[in-house]
Write a protein that binds this ligand. Structure first.
Ligand SMILES: [Zn+2]
Length: 264
C-alpha cells in the first residue's frame, strides 16, 4: 500500500476513522504512506475530531462543505489559515437567518445558513434552508482571499436534543470525549425517558490498553469522561465504556444518536 501514488482522499470523517482503524489492524503505517491530505465533510465534526484524525494518520485534514440539494461537496472549503471555510460567492449567495423567525441576521451573528444558487439552471435553489448552524465571516482572510467565510459547522438545528430542558448537541459531547487521552473517537449517544426524566447515556470505546485495565482504572476514566461532558453541557450523563471495535462503524454519515423517548 505504501507504493500507491494516492496522496489525497475525500470521504466523511467518520469513514476515514474507520480506514485508520482498519489500516492499524492490518499493520499499515499511515505515516509511511504517500497519503498527505484528506478532504472531509458531509457530517458535522469538531476541531477535536480534526486534531485526532491528524495525529493518528499524519495527514492534513481539510473541511469541505456542501449539500446534495445545492451542488454536492464544494459549496465552501477551508484554507491553510483555518479560520472558516471560504464560500464560493460567485456561485452561491449565503445568508444566516434566525431559525425561529426566518429573519436575516447580519454577518458575524450565529444562525441557520441559507443558500441561494447563482448559476444553476434546471433546479436553482432560492434561500434553501440548510439546518446547519454557522456564522458568516467577512474581511480578508490570512490566506489572502477576500470572499466571505462560514464558521466550521459542527452542529445542525435538527441535531439538537432537549434533555431536561437543556439543549445538547452531539458535537459538544464529541469535543468533551476527545479531550481525554485513551478515549477513542467512536461513541454513541442513547436518550431514554424514565417516568418524566430524560436520561442520556454515552457509550464510548476506550483504547485497547485501557479497556484491558483494572475495574478501578476504568471507573476513574469513566468519572473523568462524565465530568468533562458535564462541564460542557451542564448535565450528568451515564458513561458506558465499551469494548474497542464494538460500536457500529459508519460507511457514510455517522449515526451518533438513538433516541428511545418516543418508543419507550
Ligand atoms: Zn483563507
Amino acid at each position: 500500500m505504501s507504493d500507491f501514488g494516492v496522496t489525497a482522499i475525500s470521504c466523511t470523517p467518520s469513514y476515514f476513522l474507520h480506514i485508520i482503524e482498519k489500516a492499524k489492524q492490518l499493520g499499515y503505517d499511515f505515516k509511511k504512506m504517500k497519503l498527505r491530505h484528506g478532504i472531509f465533510g458531509a457530517e458535522p465534526w469538531t476541531n477535536e475530531m480534526r486534531e485526532r484524525i491528524e495525529k493518528e494518520s499524519g495527514i492534513k485534514a481539510w473541511d469541505i462543505y456542501g449539500l446534495t440539494e445545492i451542488s454536492g461537496p464544494g459549496v465552501a472549503m477551508d484554507c491553510p489559515a483555518r479560520s472558516g471555510l471560504h464560500i464560493f460567492e460567485d456561485l452561491f449567495y449565503p445568508e444566516v437567518i434566525d431559525p425561529e423567525t426566518g429573519e436575516a441576521l447580519p454577518d458575524g451573528t450565529e444562525g441557520e445558513l441559507v443558500i441561494s444558487t447563482l448559476n444553476k439552471f434546471g433546479m436553482p435553489m432560492l434561500r434553501y434552508r440548510t439546518r446547519d448552524i454557522s456564522v458568516i465571516v467577512k474581511g480578508t482572510c490570512e490566506c489572502g482571499r477576500t470572499i466571505r467565510r462560514i464558521k466550521r459547522i459542527d452542529h445542525r438545528n435538527d441535531d439538537m436534543l432537549i434533555i431536561r430542558g437543556v439543549n445538547v448537541f452531539p458535537s459538544q459531547i464529541e469535543a468533551a470525549l476527545l479531550t481525554i487521552p485513551g478515549v477513542q473517537p467512536h461513541y454513541h449517544i442513547v436518550v431514554r425517558r424514565h417516568g418524566d426524566l430524560d436520561t442520556l447515556e454515552v457509550q464510548v470505546e476506550l483504547a485497547p490498553e485501557l479497556f484491558g485495565d483494572t475495574i478501578r482504572s476504568i471507573e476513574t476514566i469513566q468519572k473523568k469522561i462524565g465530568n468533562a461532558i458535564k462541564s460542557i453541557i451542564g448535565l450528568a450523563v451515564t458513561v458506558t465504556p465499551v469494548e474497542p471495535g464494538s460500536l457500529e462503524r459508519s460507511m457514510g454519515k455517522a449515526k451518533r444518536v438513538t433516541d428511545l423517548r418516543n418508543n419507550g
